[in-house]
Design a protein around this ligand. Structure first.
Ligand code: DGL
Length: 264
């Protein structure tokens, strides 16, 4: 048994979609969530900036006593997780990447679509995933700038959000894609809107649960499962603590209070 917390981080509130799945699957774990809201969006940053920021965040989470680090951000995973694994070689990391393999297996039309940030959409990591698992498929790869900022502000149902979603979903609707992967952890909070706009013929995949299952599997393998009957959830941000608390409370329908401010 190991009652140290699991560290989960993202550029902002998006990683809470993964936090929520982990909390549900392993409810006796203490969790520390870190939102780098002071530097959002990651989707428009370079690999160098991302390795630097995520290295500092990992060091902070290890200082908090975390036993495992979840990179709850596709952009940070595809650009920085290899670097983190080399730099913190004795630490276990779990990342999240677009579910290309699953989409390729499930499509009936032979066309899959991936929605992600521009930095993920243009990454060699995603190109390699497509090459490995979907080389015989047509792939609609959409870099969706701006969506994460709207989720950060808690704007899930505004006209502006619908207009931006319509723009980013246009190439998907124009194709015969029948499966869509949410390749940014902010997007599960827009999943219902996306489903409505795409219609009933298109299935939308959110990788949060598989990531949580991988966390549980690693904890089991390393004999690190926690057994807290009254688990503690702590939250930190590099941005506005009040804003993070109120948006996180709205997204999770769970009271997020006492958010700590961190200067990276
Ligand atoms: N939530 C992040 C992801 O999964 C990044 C959002 C952003 O900061 O651009 O890619």
């Amino acid at each position: 048994m190991d009652n140290r917390p699991i560290g989960v981080f993202d550029s902002g509130v998006g990683g809470l979609s993964i936090w929520r799945a982990i909390r549900k699957l392993v409810p006796q774990e203490n969790l520390v969530f870190f939102a780098d809201s002071g530097h959002v969006p990651y989707g428009e940053k370079s690999t160098e900036e991302l390795t630097d920021l995520t290295g500092r965040i990992t060091a902070f989470l290890l200082d908090q006593g975390c036993k495992l680090i979840v990179v709850a951000c596709n952009t940070a995973t595809v650009h920085a997780i290899d670097h983190l694994r080399t730099r913190f070689s004795d630490v276990s990391f779990v990342g999240v990447v677009p579910v290309v393999k699953t989409l390729a297996r499930l499509t009936r039309t032979g066309t899959i679509a991936v929605l992600s940030t521009p930095a993920t959409a243009e990454s060699t990591y995603l190109a390699d995933l497509i090459g490995e698992f979907a080389s015989d498929k047509r792939v609609v790869n959409v870099g969706c700038d701006g969506l994460e900022d709207l989720v950060e502000a808690g704007n899930l149902r505004t006209k502006q959000t619908t207009a931006l979603l319509e723009r980013h979903l246009a190439p998907v609707r124009a194709s015969d894609a029948d499966v869509v992967g949410l390749g940014c952890t902010h997007y599960p909070f827009l999943r219902n809107r996306i489903k409505t706009l795409l219609g009933p013929g298109v299935r939308v995949y959110d990788p949060s649960r598989p990531v949580a299952r991988r966390v549980r599997q690693l904890l089991r393998e390393h004999d690190m499962l926690g057994s807290n009957s009254n688990p503690e959830f702590r939250f930190f941000t590099t941005g506005d603590t009040e804003l993070f608390g109120s948006v996180a409370t709205k997204l999770l329908r769970f009271p997020v209070r006492d958010v700590g401010y961190v200067e990276l």
